[in-house]
Design a protein around this ligand. Structure first.
Ligand code: NAD
Length: 454
């Protein structure tokens, strides 16, 4: 496939100004929603073929979020696109100042495999809402999901406006040689660096949605049962293959044993049986083996069952873990929950800060001082107090990482802003001109200027 030609045609289409029309953007977003709805059964089937992701989780964590992003964007594009007036300084009076959001242009969106639909379409929706054209490169790993996205988009959209290009490392490397107006990447920190380097050659701006080890910190005063229930759901959703899943837990020693019992109870009462058709598979053999390598039998508190043939690992809780254990050396990205304990919150914070800035952090506490201390002292992308993962659903909370967990953010209005350049304009009239800035530079003019400025 000639990528250069596809990009060239998208740029030409962008230059017709068709996408500047807000009704065009709304129409195309509605088209996307209709097409996805019409093909819902095919989308469910494809993702199930890839890693047995259930219809329930596919709707709640992929399609439902996509539909919501489309609805929010369609309802607000007009408002978000409005030029915004700001005040003008004395030096430019009489005059007006305003800021105009303008679409960046032609965007490359690269998706990750763990939520193949949502992580591909949500950024594409934001880009379309902002008035851009989109080339979408889904992850090649869930191959059926990638193929169905390519089919339904490429059959229903003008390729000069919205096109899916499938491919793995080779195709992506080739694609990245081209100049885009912005690249939006979701994936690992390692590949994020590759994308950033490729973008730098063309001075292309990037948004990088990356990963990391997101902690959950639990103090002794919490409602233990509800904390465990929320954490179990957040951790084992999509079998732990979630960028914002609580990677590890740090629990205050006083409630360590009781907390572990509550975690066990909630895993047992959930539908996570190894033979359950709704329990998502590990995406591939490579990840299955990588995860298996984290399980040290003598540290398993619960679970640890591995079914290699079906690529299933049961919800696994590990205890007596320290920061030097293997499971603490990289992002887990699977159904293994290491539990560490602490007695002193300052030491716990210091330990967490030895790792890179995480994508999320979850604080379970009724203690306001400790909550504020953690919020103040640990840098992380975003998170929740007394819950986990659910902050992702809030379209008014910009979603993204910091440091090694990413650059930039999206969702709702933040997504629109990610794909917009904010053009600043000063507008003057012709009816008056103060002479203070012009030569000759006299001392009396300087005196007046100083009065105005100071
Ligand atoms: P990945 O980095 O392996 O792949 C992401 C994309 O990069 C895919 O489209 C893939 O085809 C492409 N790619 C892979 N290797 C490449 C190379 N050498 N050159 C160019 N392109 C290449 O990531 P993944 O395994 O799909 O996803 C897992 C990671 O993504 C985890 O670290 C997770 O935390 C992170 N993640 C982050 C978010 C977020 O929103 N911040 C969401 C999901 C996943």
């Amino acid at each position: 496939m000639n990528y250069q030609e596809i990009i060239h045609k998208q740029k030409a289409f962008f230059n017709t100004n068709a996408t500047k029309d807000i009704s065009f953007r709304v129409k195309e977003l509605k088209r996307l929603k209709n097409i996805l709805k019409k093909n819902e059964e095919l989308l469910y089937k494809a993702i199930y073929s890839d890693f047995k992701k259930s219809k329930y989780e596919t709707y709640t964590t992929e399609l439902g979020i996509i539909y919501h992003e489309i609805d929010v964007a369609s309802a607000n594009i007009k408002k978000w696109s409005k030029r915004k007036s700001v005040s003008t300084g004395l030096a430019n009076l009489p005059g007006r100042s305003y800021i105009i959001p303008e679409p960046f242009g032609t965007i490359l969106v690269m998706g990750a495999w763990n939520y193949p639909y949502q992580l591909s379409f949500a950024p594409a929706i934001a880009a379309i809402a902002a008035g851009c054209t989109v080339i979408l490169k889904p992850s090649e790993i869930p191959s059926h999901s990638s193929a169905i996205m390519a089919k339904i988009i490429n059959e229903n959209f003008n390729p000069d406006f919205f096109k899916v290009i499938e491919g793995g490392v080779e195709e992506t490397t080739e694609l990245l040689k081209n100049k885009f107006d912005k690249i939006f990447f979701t994936g690992s920190t390692h590949v994020g660096r590759i994308v950033y380097q490729a973008a730098a050659k063309h001075l292309t701006p990037v948004t990088l949605e990356l990963g990391g080890k997101s902690p959950a910190i639990i103090t002794k005063d919490v409602t233990i049962d509800m904390t465990a229930k929320r954490l179990v759901w957040a951790k084992f959703l999509n079998t732990g293959q979630t960028c914002i899943a609580p990677d590890y837990v740090m629990v205050e020693s006083a409630i360590h044993d009781e907390f572990l019992s509550a975690i066990k109870k909630h895993i047992e009462s959930a539908d996570y049986k190894i033979e359950n058709q709704n329990y998502t598979q590990i995406i591939n053999q490579k990840n299955f083996e990588r995860l298996q390598g984290f399980i040290e039998i003598d540290k398993v508190f619960f679970g640890g069952d591995c079914d290699a043939e079906n690529r299933i690992i049961s919800p696994t809780v590990m205890k007596d873990i320290s920061f030097s254990d293997k499971v603490m050396q990289e992002e887990i990205f699977g159904p293994i929950l290491p539990v560490l304990s602490f007695d002193n919150i300052d030491n716990a914070i210091a330990d967490i800060k030895t790792l890179s800035k995480p994508l999320s952090c979850y604080i379970f506490t009724k203690n306001k001082t400790i909550k504020n201390k953690i919020l103040n002292e640990i840098s992380f992308g975003g998170g929740a107090v007394n819950d986990a993962v659910m902050h992702f659903m809030e379209e008014n909370l910009p979603f993204g990482g910091v440091g090694n967990s990413g650059i930039g953010n999206y969702h709702g209005k933040a997504g629109f802003e990610t794909f917009s350049h904010y053009k600043s304009i000063l507008q003057k009239t012709f009816w008056i001109e103060l002479n203070l800035k012009y030569s000759p530079y006299t001392s009396s003019k300087l005196k007046w200027l100083k009065r105005l400025i100071e």
